[in-house]
Design a protein around this ligand. Structure first.
Ligand SMILES: Cc1cc2nc3c(=O)[nH]c(=O)nc-3n(C[C@H](O)[C@H](O)[C@H](O)COP(=O)(O)OP(=O)(O)OC[C@H]3O[C@@H](n4cnc5c(N)ncnc54)[C@H](O)[C@@H]3O)c2cc1C
Ligand SMILES: NC(=O)c1ccc[n+]([C@@H]2O[C@H](COP(=O)([O-])OP(=O)(O)OC[C@H]3O[C@@H](n4cnc5c(N)ncnc54)[C@H](OP(=O)(O)O)[C@@H]3O)[C@@H](O)[C@H]2O)c1
Ligand SMILES: *[C@@H]1O[C@H](CO)[C@@H](O)[C@H](O)[C@H]1NC(C)=O
Ligand SMILES: *[C@@H]1O[C@H](CO)[C@@H](O)[C@H](O)[C@H]1NC(C)=O
Ligand SMILES: *[C@@H]1O[C@H](CO)[C@@H](O)[C@H](O)[C@H]1NC(C)=O
Length: 544
């Protein structure tokens, strides 16, 4: 237990050493007690920076904190790039103009920070960008961020007891590079950048026939598919959304995707009328698609891959601190590696357990998939901030490794492969949903701090209280129903009227939660009226 008196003592000690530094200033350059770099200023990096700077001042006295973002502004994937470079160039974001949130925004917010008044429940992408940018600006932290600065390489210099990160940073505006030394590195580069390209048999035949393969990271305008016969591949949210957007434009659309039976962690969507389901692609030999169940499709000229992304962090790999492995390859002992799907070994998806540097030297922010963005990034940020301030909150590397192995064992007990499940910790699709019976991933992280003497500290719940609010659990439980209901409502009532009905005069979290309840009631009532049971998205289309 970390008693309050000990924290105060520690703060006093930090103040003392800080004033000692001031006295010595003219003798030697000031020495910071900790040097920290955050790399990437999307929702995750912004949360890390905020959590660190929100620490009680005594806990972070003497720290030097710097943040690097390679793009022209902060906001990560929510910052548009309208003209992405064609392949082999890599877009800076997969954002497309029609994108909006795929759930009600109240569940995606940071704690106690609702979206601005009268924001539509499915928030347009520009509103999400403004939300995260405002979070940084309101905390007055913009001056800590170096825009147009890309970290190219990170290398731990020294050994596990004593060392530092040497970062090679590119200042893109001035076209120069420099070295920066820090003690702690928070990597928040995002997980939706590097397309996952499946290995299709016969791909040469497909291309030789003049047919195309394009990943949805390049998708912007559905009118690009006018007159084309398109097969969208992948059952994730990208596949679902993009099939709907191109359907009115393309000559034909097929949707190649797993069912829940094929793949228990696959999302469950009802069929989209007009876009027949197909199984996975087995081969493209002869320029003809052969699917896994033996059926073929000759009339197709574009494969639009919504097959997800690979988790890669090139600046760590360049420094020799993140091995990139093919799927299924054995993991090297003691060092961090990624298969594109899963980074290992990490404590609770967030803290690197590499043997070459001490726990706390490297945090990875934003790996959990399908989690409530604001809540997860806030919880991870707080975990980083407090364990940086109080390293004794962390158990030994060996103990944390044992925790990881136990967690993976629980996933196996559910009949799933941890390497395949990757960073889908609690909520999300399939049998993993809520599998940590003792609460959410976010609660797990925060309650470990709460119960170790930090109850009531900024951002940390009081003893007996939860980090995740009860109302948020309700909004999360409504899941995709809000998505389907909202789409149906816009179609039945018209976008403007529908919007006004659920957003006019809504300001507080409570107002927004009431709106979610109202939308769900409307949805259930529609089902009763039409007698269409649980065929959720079939309802959306079936009504018209
Ligand atoms: C199409 C799409 C739609 C989504 N919709 C939703 C949604 O509706 N609701 C929801 O909750 N979540 C959604 N998500 C998930 C989304 O990724 C998270 O909401 C969140 O924005 C992730 O933030 P992040 O900071 O982890 O990553 P990112 O937003 O990717 O930010 C990472 C930042 O790091 C920078 N960076 C990377 N490498 C370097 C480097 N070497 N040096 C300097 N800077 C670097 C990048 O430029 C970027 O700005 C969606 C994701 C995608 C791809
Ligand atoms: N707001 C929105 O409307 C919106 C829109 C798009 C995306 N997003 C978000 O963006 C993130 C990424 O979503 P995503 O859909 O791009 O990626 P994703 O969730 O990783 O989904 C990719 C899907 O493709 C499947 N797949 C991979 N290879 C395949 C193959 N060869 N054949 C058939 N299927 C294959 C994957 O199955 P496996 O299980 O085998 O990997 C997976 O189900 C998520 O956080 C998502 O919520 C949100
Ligand atoms: C192949 O799969 C599709 C759906 O994915 C199904 O409609 C079709 O009937 C299947 N065909 C055969 C021969 O199994
Ligand atoms: C829940 O907590 C109890 C007691 O702390 C523990 O024994 C149990 O393993 C936990 N269950 C899960 C699924 O984590
Ligand atoms: C905390 O969360 C648990 C699990 O969801 C719940 O049983 C409990 O009632 C919650 N406590 C409070 C004070 O909300």
């Amino acid at each position: 237990m970390l008693a309050l008196s000990r924290v105060l003592l520690l703060s006093a000690a930090l103040f003392t050493s800080a004033s000692a530094v001031t006295v010595q200033k003219h003798l030697e350059a000031p020495r910071h007690t900790k040097r920290i770099a955050v790399v990437g200023m999307g929702a995750s990096g912004i949360s890390a920076l905020r959590a660190i700077m929100d620490l009680p001042e005594g806990l972070r006295a003497g720290w030097e904190v710097v943040a690097y973002e390679q793009r022209d502004d902060v906001g990560g994937i929510w910052l548009p790039q309208d003209n992405p470079p064609p392949p082999p160039g890599l877009p800076e974001t997969p954002l497309y103009p029609m994108l909006r949130t795929n759930g009600a925004h109240p569940y995606q917010t940071l704690p106690h920070a609702p979206f601005p008044p009268e924001t539509p429940l499915l928030a347009p992408h520009a509103a999400v960008l403004r939300y995260h940018q405002d979070a940084l600006a309101r905390a007055k932290l913009t001056s800590l961020v170096w825009l147009r600065h890309a970290v190219l390489r990170a290398e731990w210099v020294g050994d596990v007891r004593e060392g530092f990160w040497e970062l090679l940073v590119e200042d893109r505006a001035r076209r120069r590079t420099f070295l920066k030394h820090v003690d702690h590195l928070i990597a928040a580069p995002g997980i939706n950048r590097f397309p996952n390209y499946p290995d299709f048999d016969g791909v040469e035949d497909w291309l030789a026939a003049g047919k195309e393969i394009v990943h949805c990271v390049y998708f912007r305008d559905p009118r690009a598919f006018v007159g084309r016969h398109v097969v969208v591949v992948g059952a994730g949210p990208s596949g679902w959304d993009i099939v709907r957007h191109i359907l009115p434009h393309a000559a034909s659309v097929h949707w190649s995707r797993d069912t829940r039976e094929d793949n228990p962690s696959s999302p469950k969507w009802d069929p989209i009328p007009g876009a027949p389901d197909r199984p996975r692609i087995m081969s493209l030999a002869g320029g003809v698609i052969t699917f896994a169940n033996g059926t073929t499709l000759a009339r197709a000229d574009v494969l639009l891959l919504a097959t997800g992304y690979e988790t890669r962090i090139p600046f760590l790999t360049a420094g020799g601190f993140l091995d990139e492995l093919p799927r299924g390859a054995p993991r090297p002992e003691g060092v961090l590696s990624t298969t594109g799907r899963y980074v290992r070994p990490l404590f609770e998806h967030v803290l690197a357990l590499d043997t070459r540097y001490p726990p706390g030297a490297l945090y990875l922010h934003g790996l959990p998939m399908y989690n409530p963005t604001g809540l997860t990034t806030a919880a991870q940020g707080l975990f980083m901030a407090y364990t940086l301030a109080q390293p004794e909150l962390l158990r030994s590397r060996v103990q944390m490794l044992r925790d990881l192995e136990e967690r993976e064992e629980r996933v196996r007990e559910l009949g799933l492969d941890p390497e395949r499940v990757g960073h889908k910790p609690t909520i999300g699709y399939g049998p993993l949903a809520g599998h940590l019976a003792n609460g959410s991933y976010e609660d797990l992280l925060m309650h470990s701090l709460r119960d170790r003497g930090l109850a009531g500290y900024p951002g940390i719940p009081q003893l007996g209280a939860n980090f995740t609010e009860q109302w948020r659990l309700y909004v999360m439980s409504t899941g995709t129903d809000v998505l389907f209901a909202w789409n149906a409502g816009e179609l039945t009532e018209g976008v403007e009227r529908w919007n006004e009905r659920w957003t006019k005069g809504r300001v507080t979290e409570k107002d927004y939660v009431k709106a979610v309840k109202g939308v769900i009631e409307w949805w259930k009532e529609g089902k009763r009226r039409t007698g269409k049971g649980d065929q959720r998205s079939a309802d959306v289309w079936g009504w018209f």
